[in-house]
Design a protein around this ligand. Structure first.
Ligand SMILES: Cc1cc2nc3c(=O)[nH]c(=O)nc-3n(C[C@H](O)[C@H](O)[C@H](O)COP(=O)(O)O)c2cc1C
Length: 190
């Protein structure tokens, strides 16, 4: 099944928005979200069954959240829900949880699509944007997969950055490099 890399917006019991990159599956009128435990997104989906799936072409958003360099991004309230979408989203889906298949490691959350809205043209990814998304996934796995493998893949992804990066991708790439460096330094100390 095809996986789409998106930003999921949820709200907690105090109505605070949470945003997290996730790989989702889309099947006709359904979206499947699979958060690893523990996950704030999962907690929020248990307490409030709605979520917004943001399809976005600014790869810097993925890197900003994963590295912690910029967790907050402008949000816009939906007209038909108490949830918010990323202001810069190209497209958003409003979804509602239908059922949750619990699992020790990675529950499967089946959602029904309630609404779809297109806000901005999506013109495809260049190689640098692809590299940032891929490097963000690797960064989110620091400590879970070997640092040698991460560095090897980062080295390859650098080619896309060198060929096609704009200002946003260069900044996102710096955030990722910094996060990996900090991880290596803190591991060398302990
Ligand atoms: C492109 C991309 C896809 C990701 N997909 C998932 C996913 O499907 N499930 C998941 O648990 N984490 C995924 N992650 C990592 C989460 O975004 C990250 O661990 C985040 O902290 C989620 O936890 P939270 O809901 O507690 O914020 C992904 C990260 C990136 C960059």
């Amino acid at each position: 099944m095809k996986i789409h890399e998106v930003i999921v917006t949820t709200i907690d019991i105090n109505n605070n928005s949470h945003i997290a990159p996730m790989g989702i599956n889309i099947r006709s009128n359904e979206v499947i979200i699979k958060p690893f435990k523990p996950s704030k997104t999962l907690d929020n989906l248990y307490s409030n069954s709605k979520a917004v799936i943001n399809f976005i072409d600014d790869a810097k958003v993925f890197a900003g959240i994963i590295t912690g360099e910029q967790r907050d991004w402008p949000l816009t309230m939906l007209s038909n829900s108490s949830l918010k979408r990323l202001t810069q989203a190209n497209t958003h889906y409003l979804v509602e949880v239908q059922d949750i298949e619990d699992d020790e490691i990675r529950p499967v959350i089946n959602c029904r699509i309630l609404d779809k809205e297109i806000h901005r043209e999506f013109l495809g990814f260049n190689r640098a944007q692809f590299s940032i998304i891929e490097a963000s996934v690797l960064t989110s796995r620091l400590g879970r997969i070997s640092i040698e493998k991460i560095l090897e893949e980062i080295d390859y992804l650098k080619i896309g950055i060198e060929k096609t990066a704009g200002k946003n991708e260069l900044e996102a790439w710096d955030w990722i490099q910094k996060k990996i460096r900090t991880f290596i330094e803190s591991n060398n100390e302990s």
